[in-house]
Design a protein around this ligand. Sequence first.
Ligand code: ATP
Ligand code: MG
Length: 577
Amino acid sequence: MRMSQMLMPTLREVPAEAEIISHKLMVRAGLIRKVASGIYSFLPLGKRVIQKIENIVREEMNEKGGQEVLMPIVQPAEIWKETGRWDVYGDEMFKLKDRHDRGFCLGPTHEEVITDLVRQEVRSYRQLPVLLYQIQNKYRDEIRPRFGVMRAREFIMKDLYSFDQDEAGLDESYRKMYDAYNRIFQRCGLTYRVVEADPGAIGGSGSHEFMVTAENGEAAVAFCPSCDYAANTEKAEAEPKDANGDGPENEQLLTIEKVHTPGVKSIEELSRYLDVPRHKLMKTMLYEAVYPDRDEVVAVVIRGDQEINEIKLQNILGCLHLVLAPEKVVRESTGSSSGFAGPLELKNAKMIVDHTVAQMKAGAAGANEEDHHLLHVHPARDFPEHIVADIRTVQKGDGCVRCKEPIDMVRGIEVGHIFKLGTKYSESLKASYLDKNGREQPMIMGCYGIGVTRTLAAAIEQNFDEDGIIWPVAIAPYHVVIVPIKTKDDEMMKSALALYDRLKSSGIEVLIDDRHERPGVKFKDADLIGIPLRVTVGKKTLKEGLYELRQRSSGQDSDHELPHLLEKIHDLIMNHR
Ligand code: ATP
Ligand code: MG
């Protein structure tokens, strides 16, 4: 491609709206332009990278027996009502009506459409397993679209759905996808971690996320450097540290004592006022859990040094969402303000107690009376009517659930997510098949997503320097950029174009910077757009037959005669594609 003809609007200035490096560089390198919040056009360079990623994804899906289909973006409300997700999905769904007032949505995901297809077309165990996928735009009206295409409202996803006869079949399909995803992210040149994940609203029994490690990642990952445990903090479990044998095992049972704590509301203040360490305090928080048909007040009790994990809590309750209870509700349940809420004698509230609290023998808690707290509270004795569960967020330094060694944390960008769905959709949509004995059985499903456009942004987040993007060869928009120093020098242009033709005909993807610009401008753009190899054609080429080759990733320069140059380029590109 001749760069004089290409739509590649590079910018020197950093765009004001971009917060993170990948967003800044995607705008500066002319890969994307914003159309509306969370909605972008991809320009030629950006589109080429998308295609590279899609092709890698496609090859690996096909390799595992996936068959490509293309489902509609516009989906009828009826099938979403059949699974109950029309109402559950919430404001993230873009809904619309046709001229006859019939409801539709823009597909945020395709479980409904694919299950509807398969229930009609697949009837026998002989047709299973079947793995169907597509690569297509998805629509989610995210609360906070941000970071460019990283969290967009329109984005490209590869979604595969597996249909099996039984759990063993699902395990095998899941394993195939697990392997394929590893290959995909390795081929894209990414550093990532596979982590145990929370299956979330989609439901199901098992789930892994593929997290590209990056400082700007929105997700937090807890991992154990000693064994291979790694989990999204939405789900991660670990044992909190107790200060040196200061745990419940050494506590004595004492009778409850009410103490006057005027104006002492926060955990910090209470710890200081009572001179009791935070891990010996019980924090009681009231929530309102919202279900399709009702609301419920839930009191949650956690240690003073811990944080409540609302995702875990929501999963335990099975509610649609959770909100902190307003002060009025707190008063109705506790008879006091939230600063003095405690677990004893609550009215009309379900109680969930973190297991670290359940073990306590003598904790301090709110007294449900203004300006008072209780000492020596023993959950099993003083408020036995409660559910014990893990509802805390893990912290750095906690003990690993598998090997007890200290947990560490990294930030990550979720680029892929695989789920075992089981029969969640096949049951609600009645997708069944006839088994060997002619008996009707529900299909066992899995679903597997990769954010293609998010993967592109994540690749930049991991591969850049102060001059711009450094594309991994496999997903670079072009492999080589040829820079003739003087476009007005006919002989120089002739050499440059001859090289261009030579490389092109050998299957290398080449740009030639034939713009009438100063060399400095061209070099800057070549660095910014991150092409792996740059060949300079200048005086040395005409006089001595030497071409200067620069590798974007290492910044290494070397001069080569033509045959050696071609060989070197082939080595560097073809071996890394
Ligand atoms: P997140 O927790 O980031 O919102 P999710 O759990 O909603 O993601 P899935 O429904 O599992 O995502 O979608 C599969 C993949 O699609 C994700 O792993 C991610 O790579 C991509 N993806 C999801 N939401 C977005 C978005 N708003 N913009 C870009 N890519 C997205
Ligand atoms: Mg989401």
